[in-house]
Design a protein around this ligand. Structure first.
Ligand SMILES: [Fe+2]
Ligand SMILES: [Fe+2]
Length: 140
């Protein structure tokens, strides 16, 4: 069983957002492997910077999508993203400065945050990204 399992309850749009989220899940698993197998600082730092970079890119893409579809919760959602990125950068900095204990916190923090954030907050996008079917006459 993977450290972070993808599941049907994480599905948002059957498209670009899910692809991003799946890639993040894979990166968190990679980070977990790197830290739990005691791979060197250089390897972990490299995987970590990939995760942080991809997370940042994803959040920006998601916010652009929200703006494009007129999602009313964009401002609040963006604040949550910004706080999370600040936390991640802080942990990344601590790891770069030699705090070994930070390594194991990184993958668990990312996994917990992503799984809760996608299931609760990103889920609010579902009604906005669903393909619209024209109503047929006589169907409520
Ligand atoms: Fe997301
Ligand atoms: Fe989000």
């Amino acid at each position: 069983m993977a450290y972070f399992e993808w599941g049907p309850d994480l599905v948002i749009d059957n498209g670009a957002l899910d692809e991003d989220h799946q890639k993040l899940v894979a990166l968190v698993n990679e980070l977990h492997t790197a830290t739990s197998q005691g791979l060197g600082h250089t390897v972990v730092a490299k995987v970590l910077s990939e995760v942080v970079l991809y997370t940042q890119e994803h959040l920006v893409r998601e916010e652009a999508l929200m703006a494009a579809i007129g999602f009313p919760g964009l401002a609040g959602h963006k604040q949550v993203h910004d706080r999370f990125m600040a936390d991640m950068r802080d942990l990344q900095q601590k790891y770069a400065n030699g705090s070994i204990t930070v390594a194991s916190q990184l993958s668990s923090k990312l996994r917990d945050w992503l799984s809760i954030h996608i299931r609760r907050s990103d889920k609010e996008l579902v009604p906005y990204v669903k393909p619209k079917h024209p109503r047929r006459a006589g169907v409520a």
